[in-house]
Design a protein. Structure first.
Length: 117
């Protein structure tokens, strides 16, 4: 059985990951294509582990792509075989900055509060 991949939206309807992907598409179409392909692969549980994905703790995972810059999309599992994508970043280093992990966790809490009542 496949998973459903969905994007986090704020209460006002903004979609931060879609905005991130739009910027990535404009600035680096090759990395964009690789990330979108990776997101599609997440529908299959065999890709929920390395090298494509990696657990980063407290229920968050990262979809990883190494290109000109390291591109990461942070996500979590939700009820009914869903994956919710909450944050995207690009950086030169291997580590995910703490502020980006905090942002992803805040979005995960917000989503769960509004959707899993």
């Amino acid at each position: 059985m496949d998973f459903i991949v969905e994007f986090y939206e704020t209460e006002t309807g903004a979609c931060p990951v879609r905005e991130f992907l739009d910027e990535l598409k404009a600035g680096d179409p090759d990395d964009f294509a690789a990330v979108v392909s990776g997101l599609a692969k997440l529908r299959n549980s065999q890709y929920h582990r390395e090298p494509l994905s990696k657990a980063i703790g407290e229920g968050l995972f990262e979809l990883r792509h190494v290109g000109k810059l390291n591109t990461r999309v942070l996500w979590f599992f939700a009820k009914d075989r869903r994956i919710v994508v909450v944050h995207g970043i690009r950086n030169k280093g291997r580590a995910i900055p703490a502020r980006d992990i905090r942002t992803a966790r805040e979005r995960m809490r917000d989503w769960r509060k509004r959707r899993e009542q």
